[in-house]
Write a protein that binds this ligand. Structure first.
Ligand SMILES: [Fe+2]
Ligand SMILES: [Fe+2]
Length: 289
């Protein structure tokens, strides 16, 4: 079987579909497909290419960082990518917000799942902290507070579909790349540092933008169910940021110093892919980024 993709877009969509076999799967695909040798070979080939592309974009960390949480804070502070939340806060119209929600649904409907793969691969302190963070993401024991489910309820309230993958046909290449990177980092034990760095950057760039989304949604009169998802993240992610930076990434780097570089690689990749996605969205709306 040839595993040569026609294009990067073809590779991205294919890898998303292959990863999906390890999440919710597809109604018309047998569960055994997940571990069939040709599919595993295809996944390995596509992940190798994706990782090479992502590492090419990363300027690297020389010398190797000694204070990983401080380096992560610096990386996030220096991030100058365009802000979709700022656009939603002040200027976006309803059509643009609906488009953004459709694009975001590819990740938010399985929010936190890519990080959950990493739990068994972490040393004690980082594992405890990740599980504490994930417990929040998964609703603190209340299914109605599970973040992915909050987003699903929000989608239904605004008249969009909440079944996973409903808008995959409309997803931008940047959306697939964001999702594929998070899944690849989560699913490969070798990339546990990158997975946790990615999580830390994600959490550290969520609280303030979530507040802006809430304000933009209020301006546009969106239903409370959709506002609730973002409202939940204003406070939760201010806490998750600290947990991810210090208790997960900080302790992981202390106990496994060889992971320090990859923690920063994962964080950089998260910021870089979000910036690329934001630029693509703003460009499609004719908004200068
Ligand atoms: Fe969340
Ligand atoms: Fe969070």
């Amino acid at each position: 079987m040839s595993v040569q993709p026609d294009s990067i877009e073809d590779a991205d969509l294919t890898l998303w579909a292959v990863h999906e076999l390890s999440y919710g799967g597809f109604e018309d695909v047998h569960d055994l497909a997940e571990t069939s040798p040709p599919v595993l070979l295809l996944r390995a080939r596509l992940e190798t290419d994706l990782e090479a592309r992502l590492r090419d974009r990363w300027p690297g960390a020389q010398p190797a960082p000694t204070d990983v949480p401080a380096e992560l804070v610096r990386l996030v502070a220096e991030d100058d990518g365009p802000s979709l939340a700022e656009h939603v806060h002040r200027r976006a119209d309803l059509d643009q917000v609906m488009e953004l929600l459709r694009q975001r649904s590819v990740y938010h409907l399985k929010e936190a799942d890519p990080s959950a793969w990493v739990v068994p691969r972490l040393p004690v302190r980082a594992k405890t902290a990740l599980v504490e963070l994930l417990f929040d993401e998964y609703g603190d024991g209340d299914p109605n507070r599970l973040h992915a489910h909050l987003f699903a309820q929000g989608l239904e309230a605004v008249g969009l579909r909440s079944d996973y993958g409903a808008y995959v046909d409309d997803a931008l290449p940047e959306v697939f790349e964001m999702n594929n990177a998070a899944s690849m980092f989560g699913m490969q034990r070798r990339l546990r540092g990158a997975a946790m760095g990615h999580l830390a950057a994600f959490e550290a760039t969520s609280s303030l933008p979530s507040r802006r989304m809430v304000q933009g949604f209020a301006r546009l009169g969106l239903p409370t169910e959709m506002v609730r998802y973002y409202d939940e993240h204003v406070e939760a992610d201010a806490i998750h940021e600290q947990t991810a930076l210090r208790d997960i990434c900080g302790t992981l780097a202390e106990e496994q110093p060889e992971q320090a570089g990859d923690i920063l690689f994962g964080a950089f990749t998260c910021l870089d892919l979000e910036a690329r996605f934001a630029t693509a969205m703003l460009d499609s709306w004719g908004v200068a980024s």
